[in-house]
Structures are given as C-alpha cells and as structure tokens.
Ligand binder design. Structure first.
Ligand code: FA5
Length: 348
C-alpha cells in the first residue's frame, strides 16, 4: 500500500474512532495516536524523506489535508462532548422551585433584656441617667458602704459567692449607689440614676428564685426628696409596665441601707390574689425593695445628710418579666429553649 492510500485509510479509521468516543479523555488519546509526535499521520510525514521527490508534493498535500481533517473532526467532537456534559450538569443541578425554602430565623433580644430596655426607656424619659456597675465587686462597696458592716446580721439576707476575702460576685446592684454618690457634684445638679445588671446569690433555685438574676437599681438624691416621691415613681413604673390590670401594694420592710424601707408586691398573675404555688399561697409576688436612703449611706460617701435626702429602689427584672408575660417559672429564662424564647418578639 502506498503512502497516499495509507493516509486515506488513516483518515477513515480516525473518523470511525472519533464518531464512537464518549469522553474528552478518549478524544485526546485519539488525537495523540494520529497527530501526536509519535502519531500515525506524523509518522507518515516523517517517512516522506524516503519518497521519490516527484511523489513528495502530492503525498505532502494529502498528509496535510488528512491532518487538518482529523483536527476538524476532533474539534467538532469536542464541541459535542462539551455541550453534552453541560446539558448533563444542568439537568443534575435543576432546582425544584416547588420545594419549601430553608428558613433562617434571625436572632432576637432576650425577653429579660426587652423588659430591662422598656424600664430603661421609662426612667430615661423621667430624666434618669444610666450608670455602669461591676459584676465582680469588693466587699467594701457591696456591703460596708451600704451600711452592712462585717458580722452584721443583714449579711445573711443575701447569701454570697465570695471570690476571696475582699472580692465577691455582687449580690445586688446597690454598690452602684456609693460609687455614684462619692463622685457626684451636688452643687451642679441633683442625682437621678439607674444601674442595670446581673447579680448573684447562693439562693436555692425555685419557681421565683434563681442564683443569678437581674436588678435595676434606682437612686434619686436632692434637697427635700420624700417618701411620696418614691411612691409616685413606683406607681408610674407599675402602671407603665402592667397597665391597670394588676394590683400593687407597698409593705413595710427592712434594708440596712434605707430608712424607712418598703417592699413592693404585685398581685399574682396566676391566681389573681387567691394564693397558689407560684406566689407561695400569699396571692402576691415581690418585685422590688426600696426606701429612703439611710443618712449613714449618704455620709459615708461624703454627702451631707442634713441637707440632702433621697430614695432608692432595686427592681427584680426577672420577676417583672414573669409577671408581665405570665411565666410560671423563672428558670425558663435561663434554659435557652428557643420554643420558649421565640414567643417574645421584640417590638421593631
Ligand atoms: C435588694 O437586693 C436590695 N438591694 C434592693 C434595694 C435597693 C432596697 C435599694 C432598697 C433600696 P432584695 O434582696 O429584696 O433587695 O432583692 C430585690 C428584688 O430582687 C426582689 O424584690 C426580687 O424581685 C428580686 N430577687 C431577689 N432575690 C431573687 C432571686 N433569687 N431570684 C430572682 N429575683 C430575686
């Protein structure tokens, strides 16, 4: 068989093989087997030097035509395979638009924080400023400076987590009182402040007690502040948070840092005053402690108690949230169960 015929045979054979390929890899190996360095068409071209010179132009022309033909066939086949591959990929990735979408729940403000923010807005509206306190406090500010010296029986009222002899987890937000009083310049303005945060006690957890909870401390000091101012302020707060639906009562109490002292109860949401296990059969739930700032507390912070007087309160924010949303157990707030928490959508 002369070279001319061999080339035409190779062309037929390549055409057949190319028509049967079903992958780009196969196509590449066919290309190499005909047109690669050691490919069959390339070998023919290399063999031309042995030809009779008169035959060379014709064989050379045919070899180039066959080579171009095979390249064209390969290109066409490559286009076909690539478009098949694309069709297949698109078919596999088809999106079923009828399937329900995956919902992504945005985070939201915790219900306790919602209540705290509502109270903050109320007090800011009445001219109070917000003061920061410390969760880790000194014994000095947590107790001594609010008139609870060492060995005073009132220390037992708040069972304490001590860190060392001098430091503790604050048992209430009241240490913000001396910290603010000692810095305040009364010649410039009266003092009206609130301070919000976590407090800690070695209380046994039950429906209304947690070992960690939140308080909102309030302190107003000026010339001639009276118990009537305190009562009016607490009533405004209760009305704003609860509307007229719940009864409020003030009863005499004792705190070493206030004189006189009161505790404020709200009628139980569960039994409406009848008595149940949540309110320990009293019909009332205690929400805050308050009173007129003890002169000793003012004096220890360098404030003249013969000129200035004031009132203070410590609101249990968790208890307010319980009463507002009729939550029957304080521990729900701390379990982080989304089914519970997601019921309390913050107002946009
Ligand atoms: C105090 O902590 C005083 N410092 C409050 C105060 C401030 C009185 C300023 C006078 C002047 P008491 O221990 O009663 O007081 O706590 C205040 C409120 O915190 C309670 O009325 C109650 O609502 C809440 N509370 C107390 N203990 C717990 C607890 N273990 N879990 C949840 N809330 C609590």
């Amino acid at each position: 068989m002369d070279l001319q015929e061999k080339l035409q045979d190779l062309q037929q054979q390549a055409l057949k093989e190319i028509n049967q390929v079903d992958s780009l890899d196969q196509l590449e190996s066919i290309r190499l087997s005909y047109l690669g360095k050691k490919g069959q068409v390339t070998q023919v071209l290399k063999g031309m030097k042995d030809l009779d010179p008169k035959d060379r132009p014709l064989v050379g022309k045919t070899a180039n035509e066959v080579s171009d033909d095979i390249k064209d066939m390969i290109e066409t086949s490559k286009d076909r395979l690539e478009s098949q591959a694309l069709d297949q990929k698109l078919a596999e990735e088809t999106i079923d638009v009828s399937l329900p979408g995956r919902s992504s729940e945005p985070g939201q403000t915790h219900v306790i924080l919602q209540v705290i923010e509502e109270l903050e807005d109320l007090f800011i509206g009445m001219g109070y400023k917000i003061v920061e306190g410390y969760e880790i406090e000194t014994d000095h500010y947590n107790f001594e400076r609010v008139n609870v010296p060492k060995d005073h029986p009132a220390r037992d009222m708040q069972d304490t987590f001590y860190i060392d002899d001098l430091h503790l987890l604050r048992t209430h937000t009241s240490p913000t009182q001396p910290r603010t009083l000692e810095k305040h310049d009364f010649s410039k303005s009266p003092l009206k402040m609130i301070s919000v945060g976590k407090v800690f006690r070695r209380d046994t957890d039950d429906a209304t007690h947690s070992h960690q909870f939140h308080q909102i401390e309030g302190l107003v000091v000026d010339k001639s502040i009276s118990l009537g101012d305190l009562k009016g302020t607490l009533e405004v707060m209760a009305k704003k948070i609860f509307g007229d639906s719940r009864q409020i009562r003030l009863r005499p109490s004792y705190f070493p840092f206030t004189e006189p002292s009161v505790e404020v109860d709200l009628s139980c949401f569960n039994c409406d005053g009848e008595g149940c296990s949540i309110c320990k059969h009293t019909g009332w739930i205690e929400v805050l402690g308050a009173g007129m700032v003890h002169p000793q507390v003012l004096e220890m912070s360098g404030v003249d108690s013969s000129t200035y007087s004031g009132f203070a309160f410590g609101i249990g924010a968790d208890r307010i949230a319980m009463l507002k949303y009729e939550v029957d157990d304080i521990r729900h707030f701390y379990l982080n169960d989304q089914r519970f928490l997601s019921q309390f959508k913050a107002k946009g």
